[in-house]
Design a protein around this ligand. Structure first.
Ligand code: TPP
Ligand code: MG
Length: 275
């Protein structure tokens, strides 16, 4: 990736972080931690990797798709979708309020651009594998992207999906694991260890890479390598920091779901831009 393109994406990721802080900050509480940790992955996907997207036709046949299985990170995806023009930016200020089109967790029947309803952890991967298989049966070359959490990866259903996708050689399924080392109740290593995660996915028959999930250049190279793989499904393990770019709680357990004032939000945004 050229330096200019990298800078464009870095600036965009910053803007998406700012929008997400404002969006959750307006409501006063929410899943800031898991939203901020995937901003770079979302930026790489929506501003570079995904093809055949049309915000005026969100269900366009043949488009690449994303299943955000850790559906509680919806606010970050809503920032991206509003910026892309799927719906007005003003909707962000209605997050998780009565009558909103932007519920706390992703809902494909409410929000233009959301490809699958998620929130019940462990299930989104199965949906993504089904979508990828359906696309292949239709003769479509579309790619289905999937984002799962590290805590979510303790769910047994994730590993059933892993076997299924390998069995059917779903090379049009490209998954990211947001390895931010934290889940709702504490550190992954204390709740249920995920070590040897690369060996685990490799053992389940996937093409596996591990990258810094905040390095857009590395994410781009990993997606290109995943696209070039024409037999196995791909898993990109992304080392990330929970609440990345939200200074009051970056890397902290408290960021999972927290309340914060407008003043804290403004301070966080000014810290973000003085980095
Ligand atoms: C099946 C299920 N059990 C419990 C929850 C409640 N829950 C929401 S987020 C979360 C923690 C998820 O941790 P992780 O996957 O690491 O997400 P992140 O760190 O990105 O927030 C839990 C337990 C849920 N949404 N679904
Ligand atoms: Mg986590």
């Amino acid at each position: 990736m050229q330096e200019k393109e990298l800078k464009r994406l870095q600036d965009k990721a910053k803007e998406i972080r700012k929008m997400t802080i404002e969006e959750i900050g307006h409501l006063g509480l929410g899943h800031i931690g898991g939203s901020m940790s995937i901003v770079d992955i979302l930026t790489l996907l929506y501003y570079r990797a995904m093809e055949n997207l049309d915000p005026s036709d969100p269900r366009k046949e043949g488009r690449d798709k994303l299943v955000l299985s850790k559906g509680h990170a919806g606010p970050a995806l809503y920032s991206v979708l509003s910026d892309k023009g799927y719906f007005p930016k003003e909707w962000l200020l209605t997050l998780n309020q009565g009558g909103t089109n932007l519920p706390s967790h992703c809902d494909m029947n409410r929000t233009p651009g959301i490809d699958f309803t998620t929130g019940s952890l462990g299930q989104g991967g199965s949906a993504a594998a089904g979508i990828a298989l359906a696309d292949r049966l239709k003769g479509s070359s579309a790619i289905t992207y999937l984002i799962i959490g590290d805590g979510e990866s303790q769910e047994g259903q994730v590993w059933e999906m892993a076997m299924f996708a390998a069995q059917f050689k779903l090379h049009n399924l490209i998954a990211f694991m947001d390895f931010n080392k934290l889940q709702i109740d504490g550190h992954i290593s204390e709740v249920m260890e995920l070590e040897n995660i690369v060996q685990k996915w490799t053992g389940f028959g996937w093409h596996v890479q591990r990258v810094d999930g905040h390095d857009l250049q590395a994410l781009d190279a990993a997606v290109q390598a995943a696209k070039a793989e024409k037999s196995l499904p791909s898993m990109i393990i992304c080392d990330t920091i929970k609440a990345k770019g939200f200074s009051p709680a970056e890397g902290k357990q408290t960021s999972h779901h927290m309340a914060f004032s407008q003043e804290m939000a403004q301070q966080a945004i000014s810290d973000l831009y003085s980095e």
